[in-house]
Design a protein around this ligand. Structure first.
Ligand code: FES
Length: 101
């Protein structure tokens, strides 16, 4: 697959727990929240904290270090006045999950 789409695994691999996937130098966090697959930066915009340790409530992820919060449903828009989180397009084709970087 091209045009920026990268295969990251099969649909059944991803659940509610945040899973980190590495594509080259990129760390991508993937989780199924409220029944929808989300792919987003595996590192926080703030000092690159580890996203897989985020607390999750609905589609909001909160960093355990300094409590920055982002709503994935809103495209990673921040709840507070901070930098946005990169959220990537996801599609599932024939059970395979692809992310657009
Ligand atoms: S490292 Fe996550 S908010 Fe500071």
């Amino acid at each position: 697959m091209s045009n920026g789409w990268m295969r990251i695994g099969v649909d059944s691999e991803f659940g509610e727990k945040i899973k980190l996937v590495e594509i080259g130098k990129n760390k991508i966090a993937v989780a199924r929240l409220q029944g929808e697959l989300f792919a987003f930066s595996g590192l926080w915009p703030h000092v690159s904290g580890p996203m897989h340790r985020a607390e999750v409530e609905g589609t909001v992820v909160t960093c355990p270090f300094h409590a920055w919060r982002f709503d994935l449903k809103q495209g990673g828009r921040e709840i507070h006045d901070y930098r946005p989180l990169s959220v990537y397009e996801v599609k599932v084709e024939e059970g395979e999950v692809h992310v657009k970087l």
